[in-house]
Write a protein that binds this ligand. Structure first.
Ligand code: CTP
Length: 406
């Protein structure tokens, strides 16, 4: 039976303000790439920008409702709630008009009121004709905004919509994302990295109605996936049987058996910077899966065969630039030295060993254990939230990736 639904504290929320420049269409691609970087995006277009890209497009791409005015959803006081919730506010493209309105502190639509109501970092990406960009009024407004701590990017130089060319082009998506990553700073220490996480337990079929399974809820693996998303990584979760969850922003691959999990891990691993094997993989499966339901009088013995160890087999193909993290559960007094042996035998760079001597870790929100690593001193955790351990594991992974990639 499935346990309580798994809830996550909250992902990195980004508001994408869109004003009425033709470059609005390029922000559709920008939105997608921001999602790949783990941001949960809410779009706030200005009313006139809807002439270029309509509400339906933004709603479909973001998967969230879109409004332009403070006079919609009045009960939720949208501008304040959106401003509070935002970890980042990006306005792209920003027209001369929106820049002027923000410089004046105007509050005449949902975007401008949200800008006033937020304390999140703000990045403005202007796009307009060179004459408008270089006009003293615009330059003065940009200076005012920069003096207030808002980052205003320089537009690119090149061909514009008409025959003209010059300064005023909307910068490349990658350049904008680099600015977002830089400003969101240390929080996004896995930006541009691909993290693969396995979570939950595998189920090994006996016959069409029965299986061998375990009590894993998937909480620890999903906490790692969530923290990786928050740290800006592109995250894929290979999920066995877990408690119910929705994890916005992650790519989820569902599997049942250890063999399916192994295939999925092998297919994904080549594109991955770090694999975190938090799944409780069954060590064995029935030697033969019966096509028919086995009758109770015959259901006395199940012959088993060993499942291959996914972590150990992946470590034999891993590149120098890739990192492996394993988990273990021990009850013995010498848990740490047993786990160190396991880490080495399986070729993992890090291993978190759950101390399960005092009771269940399975299904619980808390964990006690030790994080081991090839080049770190063992770190103890005592009855902490699984999100805490997930965050610490990822910090170590991030530092190691930085050392490897320089
Ligand atoms: N693992 C795996 N493939 C398996 C079994 C386990 O990749 N077929 C991974 C798990 O995802 C986890 C680690 O190996 O990262 C756990 O190893 P395991 O040897 O099963 O450790 P324990 O759970 O501590 O079990 P035991 O002490 O019984 O060996």
């Amino acid at each position: 039976m499935a346990g309580a639904p798994i809830t996550f504290p909250r992902g990195r929320e980004l508001i994408l303000g869109v004003s009425a420049g033709i470059a609005a269409y390029k922000s559709c691609e920008l939105l997608r790439r921001l999602q790949d970087h783990g941001f949960l995006v809410t779009v706030i277009p200005t009313e006139s920008s809807l002439n270029f890209v309509g509400k339906a497009t933004w709603e479909a791409l973001s998967g969230r409702p879109v409004s332009t005015s403070v006079w919609e959803n009045i009960d939720s006081v949208s501008h304040v709630s959106l401003g509070d919730k935002a970890d980042f506010l990006l306005i792209a493209p920003a027209t001369a008009d929106v820049i002027a309105r923000l410089a004046q502190g105007r509050a005449d639509d949902l975007l401008s009121t949200t800008v006033l109501a937020t304390t999140a970092p703000i990045l403005i990406v202007p796009a307009m004709h060179p004459k408008m960009w270089l006009n003293q009024a615009t330059q003065e407004n940009v200076r005012i905004l920069r003096a207030r701590g808002v980052t205003v990017m320089e537009p690119d130089v090149g061909r514009l919509t008409g025959k003209d060319s010059g300064i005023g082009r909307f910068p490349e998506t990658k350049t904008i994302i680099d600015h977002v990553s830089q400003i969101s700073g240390r929080q996004a220490f896995l930006s541009g990295k691909k993290i693969l996480v396995t979570a939950g337990g595998t189920r090994e079929a006996i016959d069409p109605v029965r299986f061998i399974g375990n009590h894993s809820s998937g909480r620890q693996g999903l906490a790692v996936a969530y923290e990786a998303l928050k740290a800006g990584a592109e995250v894929t979760v290979i999920a066995g049987a877990t408690d119910p969850f929705t994890l916005e922003g992650a790519h989820i691959i569902e599997v049942e058996s250890a063999q399916q999990m192994k295939q999925a891990v092998e297919a994904e691993f080549v594109h991955t910077d770090a694999l975190i094997m938090a799944a409780a993989v069954a060590d064995a499966r029935p030697h033969k899966v019966s096509n028919e339901k086995i009758k109770k009088n015959d259901f006395l013995e199940i012959a088993l065969e060993k499942n291959e160890d996914i972590l150990a087999s992946i470590s034999s193909i891993k590149g120098k630039h890739q990192i492996l993290v394993g988990f273990a559960a021990e009850t013995a007094d010498n848990a740490t030295s047993l786990a160190e042996g396991k880490m080495q035998a399986k070729g993992a760079d890090f291993l978190y060993v759950n101390n399960v001597s005092g009771g269940a870790v399975f299904g619980s929100e808390k964990t006690s254990g030790t994080l081991l690593g090839l080049d770190i001193a063992p770190r103890e955790f005592n009855d902490v939230d699984k999100f805490v351990v997930a965050g610490e594991i990822l910090k170590e992974v991030g530092q190691r990736l930085e050392r490897i990639h320089g």
